[in-house]
Design a protein around this ligand. Sequence first.
Ligand code: HEC
Length: 114
Amino acid sequence: MRVILITTVLFGLFSSALAIPDAKAGKTIYASNCQGCHGNMGQGNVGPALAGEVAGWKYAWFKRAMLQSLDDKGVKLKAPMPLWGKRGFGNTGKPPTDAQMTNLQAYLKTFKTK
Ligand code: HEC
């Protein structure tokens, strides 16, 4: 019993510490929340291209863009870019989690630039 408990706790610790960004999970988030405005390959549409420069932003900037709607220079992003920190991915009304945002950014990095 004790062994099982310890194993479970250790596994929990390690799996979260070693969480590897999951671009596949990010693709699902992108398809239903971002693609319409930023293009199916991040090439841009109503919104600017995310392939390339933005995909390579420091995670702190990307997170700030999602939660506070500020760009890399701290300038407020204009509508129709949604404030994801309020809306939540999938309209949950809850701020996106670090795991969701990390996965999403990992997916942006798979886009090719010309
Ligand atoms: C309804 C359209 C729309 C949707 C949906 C949308 N965006 Fe945007 N996004 C925009 C627009 C328009 C801008 C440019 C705003 C500006 O210039 O101030 C923008 C800007 C951005 C920027 C800043 C880019 C830069 O170069 O400064 C990032 C990052 C971004 N969007 C990411 C996302 C992500 C990730 C999603 C999905 C979770 C998403 N957007 C969904 C319209 C949208």
